[in-house]
Structure formats: C-alpha cells, structure tokens
Design a binder for this molecule. Structure first.
Ligand SMILES: C[S@@+](CC[C@H](N)C(=O)[O-])C[C@H]1O[C@@H](n2cnc3c(N)ncnc32)[C@H](O)[C@@H]1O
Length: 349
C-alpha cells in the first residue's frame, strides 16, 4: 500500500495524523499512521482512489511538507550511505531532476542536520557523475534521514523540491527595530498564508488595521513598516518607536468590547485568550463588515487540540456568515497555536 511522509511541529504528531486521516476519509480513502511522539514526522499508509492520496500540504494545518515514500533503507553503513541508494536508483533506471536531503524539526533531527548538509552535496556529485541527474526529469529525490543509519527515500515534483522551503520552514531574519519577536509570526503568516498578489493588493500604504492585544507592538510593526495605519488595542505599553511613527493610535480597552468607528482593511488578534472566544469575535467583526479580512492566532493549550480547531473554524464561519475563505496553518513561529486567515472571497475584495 502507498505511503506518505508528513513533516510537522514536534509534539503535534497526533493532530497531524488526525487531520491526514480525516482528509483521506473525506476523499473516500482510508489510512493508518505510524509516528512517535516528538519525532516531528508521521508515516501514513493509505488506500483508496488515487486522488485520495494526492494531499497538498498547503491545504493542511498541521502538515508542513509531505511526499510519497518509495523506498526504506535501514542499517546504512556510516562509511558509505550512498551506495545502496545509488544501486537502487540504477536498478529502477529512473532519472532525477534534483535532490533534497531532509530530517525532522525535532531534537533527533537537530543532531542529523550536519549529516544532511554533507550528504546532500556528496550525493548530488555522485548522481551527476553517474548521469542519474537529468535536467529534463520531472521528479526529484528526497532522502529523509530518520537516524544516521535509517533513511526514507521519496519523490516529488522538481519545481516543488526547488521552490519549497527546506523542511517547510520559512526562515526569517528578526528586524532589529521591531519591538518583539512575535513580529516574525505575522511576517511568516503573510509569507505563507497569502499569495504574492494578495500581499501586493492587501498590504498597501494607506490601508488600515486594528490590532487586538497589540503590546508591545510586534504585529503593529508589520503594518507600520508598510506605511499602513493601525489602531492598537491593549492595556499594556506600546513601543515608543511605533508611536513616534505617527501611524499608530493606541487605545487602552478590552479587545472583546472594542469596535472601530469605521471599517478597517485588517483585523489582527494575538490576545492570549480562549480560542473559541477569539474565533467568535473575529466572526462577529467579519459578519458586521467591520473588517475586510483578518489574521489571528488560536492558542491551543488544551488536550483535544484538533477538535478545538475544527470547532473554532466552524464558529468563525457561522458568525461571519456568507462566503468566507479560510486558510489556517501551524507556522514555524507558532508554538502551541495556529494562525488563521479569514477573508471574503477574492471576487468581493
Ligand atoms: C502575546 S501578547 C501580544 C504580542 C503582540 N502581538 C506583539 O507582537 O508584540 C498578548 C497581548 O494581549 C493582550 N491582551 C490579552 N487579553 C486582552 C484583552 N481582553 N484585551 C486587550 N488586550 C488583551 C495582553 O495585554 C498582551 O499585551
């Protein structure tokens, strides 16, 4: 039976499995998963129509990247890990457009990172010298090291291998003038949950945002640096550098009670609050036309995290009413939380 490998945040393997199995079931497929807690990856064996297994990581909340596993290699010789892989590849006669060597974003994965880097350049050289690399090939090879002597080989489309961030993790540099590291969460959300065109259209100078739970201002900073106006709602202290920009109005109020005098382009919310309350609040703003779109965090400190996420998205949709486009992801900079984009569909925006 075909098998998929999915990468996720370490500790969120159960949510990753639940979402994969539910998505398969919706497509009349079924599957069972093998995973270890805190491993940062999940193996999913599945059956059903071909379309059931064509899962797209972009559509999944808890999966960062996924691809089909085609071969498992155990007991690799540390002196020559490449040999059995080359023999297997030559026996299949397959040509490859590219190579990517990956490991999990976990404690075990951390100790494999140097091995991955070294192996990738050495293996690429070997594949080239044996003419297995062919620039016209549509698929590339992914070698995933589970441990120093255990690898899973997979295939994916060359353009995905070339363009996807390693491990599905978008690396961002912390801007020194930002007042808090959580600025990276919103920056990553803009990178991952919006297309390039949406970023251009929806984040223009002169547009407006309301930031609930804004202090000290890491999220507000993302709008200010784009010359957008922000109403920052929080009883705390905003960074003086943001207030000096002349673009920020700080209102000391309860984020659940505050309503703007006129509709905003964006509502963002990073309040550490019950996720269901936040989802209902954002739904109410969208339902009342108080914002065009929203990016917000759902904190997930509870046990049944996947069920909670589903309930929150249902509540968001119910409260907002009408057509609503929802994208959600557990981002690299999200810890026990996920980030959600909710917007009216493109034709209305
Ligand atoms: C995680 S911090 C926000 C960090 C901020 N996004 C940044 O990038 O700097 C959460 C903030 O939510 C605020 N907060 C929590 N509950 C709130 C409420 N009901 N109304 C307004 N602010 C609230 C807290 O005062 C705190 O400053």
């Amino acid at each position: 039976m075909p098998e998929l490998l999915a990468l996720c945040r370490a500790g969120f393997e159960p949510e990753c499995v639940q979402e994969l199995e539910q998505t398969l079931a919706e497509r009349e497929g079924s599957g069972y998963s093998r995973t270890e807690r805190d491993s940062g990856f999940v193996r999913l064996t599945w059956q059903g129509p071909d379309s059931a297994g064509q899962l797209d990581a972009d559509q999944l909340i808890f999966t960062r990247l996924l691809w089909p596993i085609v071969q498992e290699m155990k007991n690799l010789d540390p002196k020559d890990r490449a040999k059995p892989m080359l023999e297997w590849l030559e026996a299949t006669g397959l040509k490859l457009g590219d190579l990517r060597v990956e490991c999990a974003d976990s404690q075990a994965g951390e100790s494999l990172r140097a091995l991955c880097r070294g192996f990738e350049s050495a293996m690429l050289g070997l594949l080239r010298s044996r003419k297995i690399i062919d620039k016209h090939a549509k698929y590339g090879l992914i070698v995933f090291f589970v441990s120093t002597d255990h690898a899973l080989l997979g295939f994916d489309k060359v353009d995905l291998i070339k363009n996807q961030a390693r491990g599905g993790i978008v690396r961002l540099r912390f801007p020194s003038e930002a007042p808090s590291r959580s600025t990276l969460k919103l920056e990553e959300a803009f990178q991952v949950l919006l297309t390039e065109g949406e970023r251009e259209r929806w984040l223009q100078p002169g547009m407006s945002a309301v930031d609930l739970g804004a202090c000290p201002g890491g999220w507000t900073y993302q709008f200010v640096r784009r010359s957008m106006r922000v109403v920052a709602v929080d009883n705390g202290q905003m960074a003086p550098s943001l207030m000096d920009s002349g673009l920020v109005e700080h209102i000391r109020a309860d984020g659940f009670a505050f309503r703007p005098k006129k509709p905003a382009d964006w509502l963002v919310c990073d309040m550490v609050e019950q996720p269901i309350r936040v989802a209902a609040l954002v739904g109410d703003w969208l339902g009342a036309g108080l914002c065009q779109r929203s990016m917000f965090n759902l904190k997930l400190p509870m046990k049944k995290r996947y069920a909670e996420v589903q309930l929150c998205i249902e509540t968001l949709r119910e409260r907002a009413g009408g057509d609503l486009l929802v994208r959600a992801k557990q981002l690299y900079h999200d810890r026990e939380e996920i980030t959600v984009l909710a917007t009216r569909p493109l034709r209305q925006t």
